[in-house]
Design a protein around this ligand. Structure first.
Ligand SMILES: Cc1ncc(COP(=O)(O)O)c(C=O)c1O
Length: 465
């Protein structure tokens, strides 16, 4: 590619690139930080500044940046056979081998893989398959999908409607005649009025009862599926009480409602296992959605992995010679699938899941060591997934107003000090590459402490604390 000056890139980006989730008022004059190089757990921007990437790109660069082996396998597959269509009876080698490998890694009878180009399209595809499944069973009214407040499921039309984060709804339309509804998130830190004093077991029962009541309100014959992230990511790293997913699954089974586990963030090692639903939460869903870490962000890929039970129904022709009429040009793209196979080979060869199980508690402990800072409200997470919520004073947990913009302030101070975290309102989240070492975690903690201290000085100056 032709070389451009830093200024020219900044201008082209600002004038033509529509970025996701961007404030276009500030973008108008600030533009973007353009990242040009990346290696291991570090990234380098157009000005040559180096940062510890504590968000793994966006919850996805699990094996770390800049692996030669990944570049090689992608180049080899491009030269061997870069694309041929997957429709009807044609296929390709990496797509077939990866499907078998995913069936081996996924729990129980989740043996069938529908490939997509990312997480949102995998969510949408799963919902279409669920509706089709119920049509095939003659249950044509069973279409309602129950999601949760604060959930994040993506940005295509259906995935965005399943998302329960209020701030994502600004001025966007809802699906008309909505067959999507939301129940409470499992959020111990913000239990609703009347539930503040419940312990984990009682709170789990409270949430399972709410779910069951919603099914009864809608009518079980109208409810098709429940969708949930094992740990909510973009909603603020909300870790459900132990037993919550099992309790929700029991309700699903009782009412013939499918359980869709959105493991776009939690799969491929982030919680120390290839998939978290069964290995961490002791629950086998009917469908798992994955993306991000499946290819560690080297190339786009997503998948919905479905059970034998669903496959047997959807594989029956609706009529003589009937087709399953869904799929994309790039379903099972050979280059993406070859990259995912290499990514899995690296995760297995380097025992990265075991590393996460070992280093994850240290990461959580180091983040908790910042608890003495007045605005450090709560740190939540598990293994290499962490969220820190800021408050005005952690003695009282008095919240900070949105105008204090605390997440962005911490993010900006971290950035100036060489660390990238992700701000989400009054929370910052971290999800570093899984190859992170204790030394990296130590320097991350030192920087984060300084950034929070600097933020406290700013907040005091502006009268917020
Ligand atoms: C849990 C979850 N589901 C779905 C998505 C959407 O994935 P994508 O952005 O690849 O479409 C995301 C993205 O962050 C996610 O965190």
């Amino acid at each position: 590619m032709k070389e451009y000056s830093t200024k020219a890139i900044w201008e082209m980006d600002k004038n033509h690139f529509i970025h996701p989730y961007t404030n276009y008022q500030t973008f108008e004059h600030e533009g973007s930080q353009v990242i040009c190089e990346a290696s291991g757990v570090h990234i380098i921007d157009a000005d040559g500044e180096k940062y510890l990437d504590a968000i793994a790109g966006l919850w996805c660069v699990n094996i770390g940046h800049g692996r030669q082996e990944m570049a090689d396998v992608i180049a080899e597959q491009v030269l061997k056979m870069q694309y041929y269509n997957p429709f009807g009876h044609s296929s390709n080698v990496p797509g077939s081998v990866l499907a078998a490998k995913l069936a081996e890694l996924a729990p129980g009878d989740l043996n069938h893989v529908f490939y997509t180009c990312g997480g949102s399209t995998a969510v949408d595809s799963a919902i279409r398959l669920v509706h089709f499944y119920n049509n095939q069973r003659g249950k044509t009214d069973k279409k309602q999908i129950i999601s949760r407040n604060n959930a994040y499921h993506g940005s295509t039309y259906v995935a965005a409607n399943l998302t329960g984060i209020h701030a994502t709804k600004n001025s966007f339309d809802r699906i008309a005649d909505s067959w999507i509804s939301h129940i409470s998130a499992a959020d111990m830190f913000h239990r609703p009025a009347g539930a503040e004093h419940l312990d984990e077991v009682q709170y789990t029962q409270f949430l399972a009862d709410e779910f069951e009541n919603r099914i009864n309100q809608l009518g079980a014959d109208n409810v098709a599926a429940f969708i949930a992230e094992p740990i909510m990511g973009a909603g603020g790293v909300l870790v459900a009480p132990t037993g919550y997913h099992r309790a929700m699954h029991r309700v699903c089974q009782q009412y013939d409602v499918l359980y869709i586990a959105d493991e776009v963030v939690t799969s491929f090692g982030r919680l120390g296992h290839f998939f978290a639903s069964e290995a961490v939460f002791d629950m086998q869903p009917d469908i798992i959605i994955t993306a991000k870490g499946i290819s560690s962000g080297y190339i786009p890929l997503g998948a919905a992995i479905i059970s034998d039970r669903i496959y047997e129904v959807i594989a029956k022709p609706q009529c003589e010679g009937g087709l399953l009429t869904m799929g994309y040009t790039y379903t099972g793209h050979p280059v993406a699938c070859a990259a995912a196979l290499k990514n899995i080979e690296i995760l297995e060869r380097e025992n990265i899941c075991a590393h996460v199980r070992e280093i994850g508690p240290y990461f959580q402990e180091m983040i908790q060591s910042l608890r003495d800072l007045k605005i450090f409200g709560e740190a939540r997470g598990m293994n290499l997934m962490s969220g820190v919520e800021f408050v005005a004073d952690n003695q009282t947990n008095k919240p900070l107003p949105a105008a204090a913009d605390v997440g962005n302030r911490v993010f900006e101070h971290c950035r100036k000090l060489g660390l990238i975290v992700r701000p989400l309102g009054n929370i910052i989240v971290m999800s570093p590459p899984l190859i992170i070492t204790k030394a990296h975690i130590d320097s991350l903690t030192v920087i984060l402490r300084s950034a929070i201290e600097l933020t406290m000085t700013d907040l005091a100056k502006d009268g917020y604390i």
